[in-house]
Design a protein around this ligand. Structure first.
Ligand code: MG
Ligand code: MG
Length: 256
C-alpha cells in the first residue's frame, strides 16, 4: 500500500475517529474560555496539552515533523501552522487554533478561528464566510461525488464574496495517520479528482484570505502568512462519509 492509497474505515473505526474528534472539539471549547486580550498563545498551548493528556490522548501535533507544540496558533495575517509564543493576544485580533489528538490509535483534527474581544465587522464577515464555506464543502462530501466538488464549491462561494483561497495548503484524508490520501484542496473544478466513497474520512479545512491568495513561508520553518499581511481565516472539520453522506465527526458545540 502506498501513500496514495485511500484507506476506507469500518463503522467501528469511524466511532474511534468520532471519539478522537470529539476530544478535539472539547479542547477547542476549553480554549475558547481562555481566549481574551492578554493571554499568550503559549499559555493556550499548555492548557490544550494538559487537557488532551488528562483525557487519555496524545496531542498529535507535538513533535509532528518537528513541530514544537500541541496546537497551531495563527494570529491575524498568519494563515496556519503558527507556533505558540509569549506574545499576548490583543483586542481585535483573530486567532486560528488548529488542534489534533490521537486516541486509541485514531486521529482527530479540527480548527476554529476565534475573535479576541471586539473584532472589526469586515474581519467578522471573513470568519463567517469561511465557516459557511466549510459547511458548503461538507455538503458536497457525499458518495459518488468527487474531491473537486468540495473544492470548487468552497472556492466559488468565497470568491463570490471577494475573498481568495490559499493554494499551497489543503485538506486531507485522516485515520490512524493525521495525513492520509487523498489531498482535499479548497479550490478546483467540479467532477474532477478522486471519487468519494462510503468509509472515507477526510479533513476539510478552508483557508481563506481577505486580500490576495499569495502566502509566504516564514523563516521559523512553520508559520504561513498572507503575502499582503491582510487577515486570513481557517475552519476545519473531520468528516466521514457514511450512508452516502457526510457525518461530521469533530464539533464546535463546546465553543463559547
Ligand atoms: Mg488541523
Ligand atoms: Mg488538517
Amino acid at each position: 500500500m502506498n501513500s496514495k492509497t485511500i484507506i476506507l474505515k469500518t463503522d467501528e473505526e469511524i466511532e474511534f475517529m468520532r471519539a478522537a474528534n470529539r476530544l478535539v472539539g472539547m479542547t477547542l471549547g476549553e480554549l475558547s474560555q481562555h481566549i481574551k486580550p492578554g493571554v499568550t498563545t503559549l499559555q493556550l498551548d499548555q492548557i490544550a496539552e494538559e487537557f488532551i493528556r488528562d483525557h487519555g490522548a496524545i496531542p498529535t501535533f507535538l513533535g509532528y515533523g518537528g513541530f514544537p507544540n500541541s496546537i497551531c496558533t495563527s494570529v491575524n495575517e498568519n494563515v496556519v501552522h503558527g507556533i505558540p509564543n509569549n506574545k499576548p493576544l490583543r483586542e481585535g485580533d483573530i486567532i486560528s487554533v488548529d488542534c489534533g489528538t490521537q486516541l486509541r490509535g485514531f486521529c482527530g483534527d479540527s480548527a476554529y478561528t476565534f475573535c479576541v474581544g471586539e473584532v472589526a465587522e469586515e474581519v467578522k464577515a471573513l470568519l463567517r464566510v469561511t465557516r459557511e464555506a466549510l459547511y458548503k464543502g461538507i455538503e458536497q462530501a457525499a458518495e459518488d461525488k468527487r474531491v473537486g466538488d468540495i473544492g470548487s464549491t468552497i472556492q466559488s462561494y468565497c470568491e463570490s464574496k471577494g475573498y481568495s483561497v490559499v493554494r499551497e495548503l489543503v485538506g486531507h484524508g485522516i485515520g490512524r495517520q493525521m495525513h492520509e490520501a487523498p489531498e482535499v484542496p479548497n479550490y478546483g473544478r467540479p467532477g474532477t479528482g478522486p471519487l468519494l466513497k462510503n468509509g472515507m474520512c477526510i479533513a476539510i479545512e478552508p483557508m481563506i484570505n481577505m486580500g490576495g491568495k499569495k502566502v509566504v513561508f516564514e523563516n521559523d520553518g512553520w508559520t504561513v502568512r498572507t503575502k499582503d499581511r491582510k487577515p486570513s481565516a481557517h475552519f476545519e472539520h473531520t468528516i466521514a462519509i457514511r450512508n452516502g453522506k457526510a457525518d461530521i465527526l469533530s464539533t464546535f458545540e463546546f465553543i463559547q
